[in-house]
Design a protein around this ligand. Sequence first.
Ligand code: AGP
Length: 609
Amino acid sequence: MCGIFGCVLTQGNAAPLIHESLKRLEYRGYDSVGITTLENGVLFTKKDQGKIDDVHRILNLDDMPGSIGIGHTRWATHGAPLKVNAHPHVDCGKTIAVVHNGIIENFSELKQELVNRGHVFASKTDTEVVAHLIEQNLKDSPSTGLAEAVREATKRLDGSYAIAVVSSNEPDKIICARNESPLVLGVGENAIYCASDIPAFLPLTNRAVFIKNGELIVLSRSGYEIRKIHDNSVVTREPEVIEWSPEAAVKQGYPHFMVKEIHEQPGTLRNTLRLQDDYLDLISTFLDRATEVFLVACGTSYHACLAASYMFSKLAYLPTYPVYASEFVEQHGKSVNIDSTILAVSQSGETADTLAAVTASQLRAATILGLTNAIGSTLTRVSRVYIGQQSGPEIGVAATKTFTSQLSVMAQLALRLAKKRGKVSQDEMDFIEEKLSKLPSTVETIINTQESKMKQIAHKYKDAKVFFFLGRGVSTATAYEGRLKLMEIAYVPSIAFPAGESKHGPISLIEAGFPVVFVCPKDGSHRTLIGNIMEMKARGASIISVVEEDDEEIKSLSDDYVCVPCGIPEILSPIPFVVPLQMLAYFMALERGYNPDMPRNLAKSVTVK
Ligand code: AGP
């Protein structure tokens, strides 16, 4: 999730304005920044790795000529956060510059095709193929012009993109195009802007034109022209007036980053389904060959490891050991060895406890694999192989979208391992893969249909002194995560444990009205879980269940329940089932008057041990 911006001004220099607008998009990515402006048919580019203020201090991003330009602030997905991978990217002739937000899935095939035609690539990014594709189109049909060359290029792209393109050969315009990644125009008095998000130009104009998938736009001093990519037909669309304050705009109208990020999960889950095969294959090969596998992490990431241990065992018959990173050295420091493989999981890639466990393991020659949301983070540098989960920046301290993305990656690894090991039938494989591909829309349905219900439940139990969260099998991890969310942002003392453990002690706490949250997918543990619900109910507990739509039995046993669509394979169930629990915590924090984005005593990345 990067931020792109472009502007065509009737007068004045574009660079200072692009600089300021990228600052307002920096919440979308801060790995590198770059600007290209146009003056007298010449492209001027300044770009480097690092945060905008740091790069500006060295390069002075305001000091560039020209009243037309494009800019980019990056969240690295393909290629490390280095200057060479910073946008804008240019073609061989350095006459075309492109900024891009999204993921081009077929970039390696396109790159190979262009290399075979003599193109020379400078970066490791997926984006650079766009500049060379446009260059090739112009070479193949010089008379068509930039807009047509861009249109033809976008027809070759698979995946998500919002791009802005300038060319020194047509210095009076910017060409933009969109498929899935957000793109919006800002219509000013003496200027026209394109951006990934409204905050970029809101202080300049509140008149916005929303661009739809499959549309290409020509921006010039005479305004904007929208065309359909597939048939080049013209689309007319008037600007809408945006009433948001700049602060609200960064949250896209949501009151808090946490709820915005909960709502972003359909999109981020879609991103996880576009990860590069090579890395998924490589990691699953390392896991397949490993003698022992430790899944090491903290907090929410540890819960992803716990869920993964069920996925790897149930699907691929691979035993793995989820370990709290802060306990790893104490627990396994002496036994970890050259035959050990560590899959370290950290959305920030900077958590000190996780890195300490990695360092201790490295010192004993163990193999380090990484799963992170931060390309370029320490974890990516110390890992033999790592996967970037592509959730985009997560601003809310409470991990939400990064958790479901971690789970999706783990499920894909378990599937590949199962395939390698021939442990599951092709039919079962196809069934799980089909359900995995539908998870983004499944989660969308849950968010759209259950949010108000979770709000009511949070209101009903807002004065509860303590909560239990219970599940069986892989849902134990879901229950742990629900518990952590309620504790960390609503400060409600909460206890989670495998439901089967309740009669070995915790059930003694139960009294009338004691809220117990049950996570109840219709999997192999469903029958036994009903017994656990009965145990709690018999002692007066208030049963709050997350159930499948058609689960009338548990619904009838519950005081309150929310539903998820039916037929989710067991190993995928933590993804949809955790979403209502994220919402419970969010609404409970609001009910208790707390800011869900900035919970007390916590930091987004814990870089101290
Ligand atoms: C989760 O909401 C918390 N922010 C926290 O538990 C977090 O998961 C933990 O600190 C691990 O962070 P990481 O994934 O960046 O390593």
